[in-house]
Design a protein around this ligand. Structure first.
Ligand SMILES: [Zn+2]
Length: 60
């Protein structure tokens, strides 16, 4: 099972994603983008505070 990061697609007039403030070119190639906010699971702030693996274990 692959957990892929889905970023918020930049809206028209914006060059960077609203979730993590990066341009699509800066995002990891495996990551995806969506215009549907309910699908976005990019959580830059959380990942900066907790290692991704421990964060997911602590929430399950
Ligand atoms: Zn993002």
């Amino acid at each position: 099972m692959t957990l892929e990061t889905i970023h918020a697609c930049p809206t028209s007039g914006q060059a960077v994603t609203s979730c993590c403030g990066r341009t699509p070119f800066e995002l990891p190639r495996m990551d995806r983008m969506s215009t549907d906010a309910s699908l976005v699971n990019c959580r830059t702030e959380a990942e900066e505070q907790f290692p991704v693996g421990e964060y997911r274990l602590s929430t399950r």
